[in-house]
Design a protein. Structure first.
Length: 82
């Protein structure tokens, strides 16, 4: 089975995510690893505090070219379906 660009990209992203780096995919966008602190949590029934562990998140910022492509496709879809 041929590998897709997503599988190849995830293999590049995994080692960098453990170090806290970022991965730029040309013409697509940038994945950046951020460490989030320990947020306060509350139990919904008792109202008591619940510890929540710190975590890493990987936000994605699309490139201007990718955004333009998506917006063109979206506007074309609206024209065709109306």
């Amino acid at each position: 089975m041929p590998q897709t660009w997503l599988i190849k990209s995830s293999r590049r992203l995994a080692p960098r995510s453990s170090r806290g780096g970022s991965v730029k995919l040309s013409l697509i966008g940038v994945f950046t690893v951020r460490r989030k602190g320990k947020p306060p949590g509350h139990h919904p029934w008792t109202g008591g505090e619940v510890p929540i562990a710190p975590r890493k998140v990987i936000p994605f910022n699309a490139s201007a070219r990718a955004k333009a492509h998506i917006n063109r496709a979206s506007s074309l879809h609206r024209v065709l379906t109306s």
